[in-house]
Design a binder for this molecule. Sequence first.
Ligand SMILES: [Zn+2]
Length: 586
Amino acid sequence: MTAQQPGDVKVLFLAGKGRSGGTLLASLLGQLPGFFNIGELNRLWDWGLVSNFRCGCGLPMQECPTWDGILAAADELLEAEGGAGIAPLRTARIDLAQASVVRWPRMLQLLRARPGSRQHWDDLDRYTTASSAVYRSIAKLTGARVVVDSSRLPIEPVALGLVPGVDVRVAQVIRDPRAVVYSWKRSKITTDRDTGEYMPKFSASFSTTSWLARNLVVEAIGRRSPVEVVQYDAIARDPAAVLRQLADFVGEPAGDLAFLTSETATIAPTHSVGGNPVRMTSGAITIEPDEEWRRGIEPRDRLVATAIALPLLGRYGLPVRSGAGSAREQAPDDRNPGLPALPTLTTNAWLRFDSIRRALRIAQPNTLLEIGAGEGGLGSWLSRHYRYTGVELDDRSRSAAEARIASNGHGEIKADIADVQDHGFDLVCAFEVLEHIADDAAALRQWRDYLRPSGWLLLSVPAHPEDFGAADELVGHYRRYERDGLDRLLRDAGFEVVRLDSYGAGLGHALQRVRNRLARRVLARRGEEGDTPEERTSGSGRFFQPSGVATAVACATIAAPARLAQAPFAGGDLGTGYVVLARRSE
Ligand SMILES: [Zn+2]
């Protein structure tokens, strides 16, 4: 669309409405050789550089070493090219220039703007100069030939060909507007902010109007240069074909697509900005069409969306009628008859389960060592998914764990960590163990010796020293932890913290009060017999453990709504405990 120079960085810009499969598509594209998925780059300026939300790698933007490198390289480029007054980008507040340029009332002005000819629009110049330096630096630092930008908003100057030094190709991602409406009416937890707020919900008329406006702008772009159309259904049903189509569109080979099987893709962690929570997922993900909207959408919303989108429905091959009957019938709910059973956990352990599972998805271990396996509630679940070794000192707890693991897993339990021969585990985990150990720093260093280089450590510990109560005393805790101290402790022991989630906000506090009340009674009955924390610890793996099936189900049920309710607080400090994922640093 513009006079591109040879050697310009290729940008594959995904345009369209959010919730159309664009984040997933960008993740998949990022796996192609020579492609780098940068996420929604238009969020870099406000979410990244001003608000410091999370990068796709899980770190806050300003702490991500990859972004540090990209920004430094961009500053160098800007200085070399006389972009004075812009570098350093970290403090340039490009978000302000962006906010004044990328606005719907400016749409016609933007469509009329021509690259190269500076039209006395300083904010546009400032914004496109900064963007150009960032795209080129991404390519330089990652060695990518194609930068995948899933910003979606087609009035972004880059989509309109207004960013110099960039050879942009626009792909239009289309999803049925009624599915988009349905998706935007349900909230989704965003992982961008440390406080984990919910993404906003929007009305049917707003979402559809936005869908229509965006697609009309892409139609205008398509009159100047080729635009490749990708349907959501095609991404879900045949991702390989879509990837080949888009690789061809930008003139690159798609490679062997070995990361794709018929239903799943293995995604390496990326450094993406913005986008929905799927971008934080790495490892194996399942790709399947989401047809829930056909049954779930309110009749009124269906009508509103159909009426507003009508002018473009036919153009994209979308039917006017969109009821459940018009979808390919799918077996509801029982599509996964072989779902593995869930672990047997206390309510409190359930509250940290989601953070643990998320950490395991990041680490993707093959071999795993659990210190303090207790009665094997989590261990038996872990042993179904990983090559599992557990250590449990207490004889009674250990035989319970052995029985559980023998019945549904394939791992082993040792009585002493000294009996473990392997010193090359991918991951060592210890849930509610560290606080039972007098010299926690020494324990961490010992555990570190069981890890391969760059191996992972996954811990859970109780939070907030000021909350130390009777229940802590009863089960033999030496202490509770605070965020900074924990970070320091791990660093001194040779680990780098990758994620530190707070869990238990809400229900966790109620449980803590109940446990403290029970514990005070037990302690009073005992009359402070003076046993050591070690002696109390030995039985602590059996305290409050669910015994029967009914109790186990009750624990899971009570925890279910609380697990959702606490999620927005994972990045804060409101919970009763922490789940920490750290990496062996040398
Ligand atoms: Zn990153």
